[in-house]
Design a protein around this ligand. Structure first.
Ligand SMILES: Nc1ncnc2c1ncn2[C@@H]1O[C@H](COP(=O)(O)OP(=O)(O)OP(=O)(O)O)[C@@H](O)[C@H]1O
Ligand SMILES: [Mg+2]
Length: 374
């Protein structure tokens, strides 16, 4: 059995299915990120693991023990939420020691652990300060220390960095990973930030509309998305819909008869409808026609220069669509109106089943951009 097993977890509020039959196994010491759009059920999943909500059905098993009927305070789970939620009238030291005090640990043990924790979060000297005297980032580090101080089996974090500015968020991200590596504590970390999910997680769980769309290591999920939703949600890409033709040289044919060579993927049959996702960074752009497969001519529609990188919006004539491409801002920068050649290696053309109809969430970013432009 795995360290943590979430089995067919379902949580319903009235007519809203917040979490729909989610099953997930987590190994000891893993750092799992849970990512998905607003309202997809991330917080609800966490609250049910923590015991702060009761599942409609399903179970949570931690270290071979079914927690379903165990109250939150008996679960040995530390939690950190978005809004710091420190006790305002307790000092930093008292906040960190709270779990240990509840367990009846001696004053000496408490003081020792608090000192250790303050050193770990780099806030030595903050013991007697009150939360309102600390910055947002400092408060969030104290909240992490409080969750870890009683040596829990599992730590759950719900968007702990989302109230902080970008720079602080990046440095705390690194610090959280360091702390997790040092303590080895099994962690489930919720975020709606794709970059954070990919860079922090040993494994990443992608949720959508209460369902778990995919669970795997970041590279697999990014490179082999299990659904159109996942392909679109992670990274920047342009979507094209077509039909799969599996012969000696497999390709996808689009509605306007243009073709794109692809690599064979398991689970697909000849004639299947597919959604092709061209990742911005996997489409090459050049001034002359390269001598490779899958070349298309296009016209630069818009240039978004971002310093190191540059994003081109290119009208591709054969494909009758606009594709986003990221180029190197330090190299050649093309101008609006210029004619360019695009190429995609067959192995870089990701494709999935077209997906259930979940409206605008699975439309390509370029198409969304086009709509905004119009
Ligand atoms: N206590 C509740 N009563 C009724 N509906 C709820 C309750 N809690 C959550 N929901 C609904 O369940 C769904 C999932 O909510 P949840 O808070 O888990 O989403 P989330 O993925 O954490 O979103 P966000 O990224 O915005 O925090 C939403 O549709 C929400 O409105
Ligand atoms: Mg939430």
């Amino acid at each position: 059995m795995s360290f943590l097993e979430i089995q067919s977890l379902r949580k319903v509020f009235g007519s809203t299915v917040a979490v729909n039959d989610v099953s997930l196994t987590v190994e000891k010491g893993d750092f799992i990120t849970v990512v998905g759009p607003s309202g997809c059920g991330k917080t609800t999943t966490l609250l049910n693991i923590a015991g702060l909500q009761t599942p409609t059905s399903g179970s949570i098993v931690l270290k071979d023990r079914d927690l379903t009927d165990l109250p939150a305070y008996k679960r040995d789970i530390g939690v950190v939420f978005q809004d710091y939620a420190l006790f305002p009238h307790k000092t930093v030291g008292e906040n960190i020691a709270f779990g240990l005090k509840m367990r009846g640990e001696s004053q000496e043990t408490r003081e020792e652990t608090v000192a250790e924790m303050l050193s770990m979060i780099d806030l030595e000297g903050y013991n007697d300060m009150y939360p309102h005297q600390c910055s947002g980032g400092e408060q969030q580090r104290v909240a992490v220390a409080r969750a870890l101080a009683f040596d829990p089996d599992l730590v759950l974090m719900d968007e702990p960095l989302s109230n902080l500015d970008k720079k602080l968020r990046q440095s705390l991200r690194t610090e959280l990973k360091r702390i997790q590596r040092e303590t080895g504590v099994t962690t489930v970390y919720v975020t709606h930030n794709q970059t954070e999910a990919l860079s922090m997680g040993d494994k990443i769980a992608v949720m959508n509309g209460g369902n778990l769309e995919q669970f795997g290591d970041p590279q697999t999920v990014y490179e082999q998305p299990a659904s159109a939703f996942v392909a679109n949600f992670l990274g920047q890409s342009s979507r094209l819909d077509g039909t799969l033709h599996l012969g000696d040289e497999p390709f996808v044919r689009f509605d306007n008869d243009a073709q794109l060579s692809i690599k064979r993927r398991e689970g697909f049959d000849d004639g299947d409808p597919v959604a092709v996702f061209l990742r911005n960074e996997l489409v090459s752009v050049s001034a002359t026609q390269p001598d490779v497969e899958n070349t298309f001519s296009g016209t630069i529609n818009e240039v978004d220069y971002q310093g190191r990188d540059v994003i081109y919006y290119v009208t591709v004539h054969e494909l009758d669509t606009i594709v986003q491409i990221s180029g190197d801002g330090r190299g050649t920068v093309f101008d609006t109106g210029e004619t360019v050649w695009l190429s995609v290696r067959p192995e870089d053309a990701i494709y999935t089943a077209p997906d259930r109809s979940n409206g605008d969430t699975d439309r390509g970013a370029a198409q969304q951009h086009l709509e905004v432009e119009i």
